[in-house]
Design a protein around this ligand. Structure first.
Ligand code: ADA
Length: 559
């Protein structure tokens, strides 16, 4: 499944999910002559008995048959973590980062059989600044859906729909990004339909192989707002016409009318203060790894809802669009962030770091800007924001986000208490604090010290989110002495944390670390502090079996 709704009526789109040929190869090898294995796409290669912990290079192959001669585009929703794509032997795309989509067009492809080959690399090398051995697992493979699209000589590349409330009335800025694929100039004209209104743009001449943006501001009389309680969605259908008036392409988006703002210590949705109750969730599930099928994504959200949660943080990378579609439909608030976890200054000095972060932010926002569920953009979880060089990099990334989308508050989850230099850049102060687990500091006293520090060091008057807190427990390990790693102790620490944090007026959100246990890498000695080579701080385990803390969280969030 590509999305939870049809994105085209005109453009023909074929999903390439299914069984692909696969061959593991050496890092220096060329493309294989023979393929000995079959693997499902989407999927992680770790689900195959021969590749349970394979870190290396693997090549996927699929034969497709085009029923007519056409320009085509291949769209990959996620390949972990570096992809090189070949079409009929010709290299057409290179992409780094497991968690953002990319595409490549091929012009004038004849009807008949063609070969798609994807070389996938999940190694940790100096080339990769963001995927490193870390406290989550970097799986390998084509882990999200692939689609093949038939294109005419121009296409709608993407659409941006930014709603806002002006004097109680909904308006929206609408931008249609189109591209002329041909080598001659042509007149193009988009027409959009939403909520019973039709928007005719003036046609414009677009140069050979050039892009153009059609921009307008819309006002609406009677539309319903999107919120957690009533997640009303609208289809935004845009057609593209050529100079002769032929409808040559279309793109359907699904949007919601909602506005999110920080006002004083409050986070306001459609003018009304909201409180975020939720979880950090890694895309990880026993057996299937990071390639989670729809029904299990939905199960996660159902479990969160059962606990009275309304929010999910996509720690520490952009998520599968299907998951975001579900959040839109079910009315979950989402904090989405770029890909980075715990990078030291040395990691941030990798020559590829700035570019890889910039690409990740750009691809995240371009692809996810229309999801009403996303109400916060985050960056650089627990990186070196306590250094001068780090501060400059944080600023650069916040500036990039605000340039691309000024409609959502920005934040970063921080842990360099009393030293962080980035407080002035955030709209919301986000604190990762493990009092009670990594140390026996008093939860309330330590928070008050932190709050005092942030208020006097650049974040005066800003709301706070407790972006991570929690404790580890091994599923099934019960002990009346309530030692660390027992389900009882985890539940105690969470209960005490929630009782205090939920009583503070400036804390607008509590996001537990974490929803589910997740696999971590053996590299960088993670196994030494992570029993089972998993981060065990989930309130459910990696198979979603609830620990004692499940009921505790439920009683606090619902109580
Ligand atoms: C950090 C980090 C998480 C996780 C957590 C933990 O706060 O952001 O990714 O590693 O600590 O379990 O210690």
């Amino acid at each position: 499944m590509i999305r939870l709704f049809d994105t085209h009526k005109v453009r023909k789109q074929v999903e390439l999910s299914g069984i692909w040929d696969f061959q593991a190869v050496g890092a220096e090898d060329g493309l294989p002559a023979e393929y000995s294995v079959k693997l499902p796409v989407p999927g992680c290669w770790e689900q195959h008995p021969d590749y349970l912990k394979y870190r290396g290079v693997g090549v996927y192959r699929k034969t497709v048959v085009l029923d007519k001669s056409s320009n085509i585009r291949l769209e990959f929703k996620g390949v972990s973590h570096t992809a090189d794509v070949y079409f009929d032997g010709k290299h057409i795309a290179h992409h780094y980062n497991a968690y953002t989509p990319f595409s490549a067009a091929v012009m004038s492809v004849p009807a008949g059989e063609h070969e798609i080959v994807v070389r996938v690399d999940n190694r940790f090398t100096g080339q990769s600044a963001l995927h490193i051995g870390n406290d989550y697992y970097t799986y390998g493979g084509i882990t999200r859906t692939v689609a093949l699209e038939y294109l005419e000589n121009a296409l709608i590349e993407r659409i941006e729909f930014i709603p806002s409330l002006e004097d109680g009335k909904w308006t929206a800025n609408l931008k249609i990004h189109v591209k002329n694929l041909s080598d001659t100039a042509q007149r193009l004209k988009p027409v959009s339909k939403i909520a019973g209104e039709t928007v005719e743009f003036d046609s414009a001449e677009v140069g050979p192989e050039a892009s153009a943006v059609f921009n307008t501001k819309l006002s609406f009389k009677e539309v319903k707002a999107w919120s957690n309680e009533a997640p009303k969605l609208y289809m935004l259908e845009t057609s593209l016409f050529d100079g002769a008036g032929n409808e040559i392409d279309d793109l359907i988006e699904r949007v919601g009318f909602r506005e999110i703002r920080v006002e004083g210590y409050e986070l306001r949705l459609n003018g009304r203060p909201i409180n975020l109750k939720g979880f950090n969730r890694h895309e990880d599930y026993g057996i299937v790894g990071c390639s989670i099928p729809l029904q299990l994504m939905m199960k996660d959200l159902d479990l969160m809802k059962e606990m009275g949660s309304n929010t999910v943080r996509t720690c520490h990378y952009p998520n599968d669009e299907l998951f975001l579609d579900l959040c839109d439909e079910l009315g979950f608030y989402v904090w989405e962030e770029n890909h980075a976890r715990g990078l030291t200054l040395e990691h941030m000095q990798n020559p590829n770091f700035d570019r890889q972060c910039e690409d990740c932010i750009r691809e995240m926002i371009e692809n996810h800007i229309n999801h009403p569920s996303i109400i916060i953009w985050g960056i650089l979880n627990e990186c070196a924001g306590d250094t001068e060089e780090g501060r400059v990099k944080y600023k650069k990334q916040f500036d990039q986000i605000r340039r691309m989308d000024g409609s959502r508050p920005v934040t970063t989850a921080m842990c360099h208490y009393f030293k962080e230099l980035t407080l002035e850049y955030v709209d919301i102060v986000s604190l990762n604090v493990y009092s009670g687990w990594y140390n026996d500091r008093n939860i309330a006293d330590f928070y008050k010290e932190l709050n005092n520090w942030s208020e006097t060091n650049g974040a005066k008057g800003k709301p706070v989110i407790m972006s991570e807190f929690g404790a580890a427990a091994i599923y099934g390990y019960r002990d009346p002495a309530r030692p660390k790693w027992s389900e009882e102790r985890q539940s105690d620490i969470i209960a005490e944390s929630l009782d205090f944090y939920m009583s503070r007026p400036e804390i607008v959100g509590n996001l537990l670390w974490q929803f589910c246990d997740c696999r971590v890498t053996e590299e960088n000695n993670w196994f030494m502090t992570r029993a089972r080579t998993h981060n065990n701080k989930g309130v459910v385990d990696d198979y979603r079996r609830p620990k004692l803390a499940f009921e505790t969280v439920k009683s606090k969030f619902k109580g």
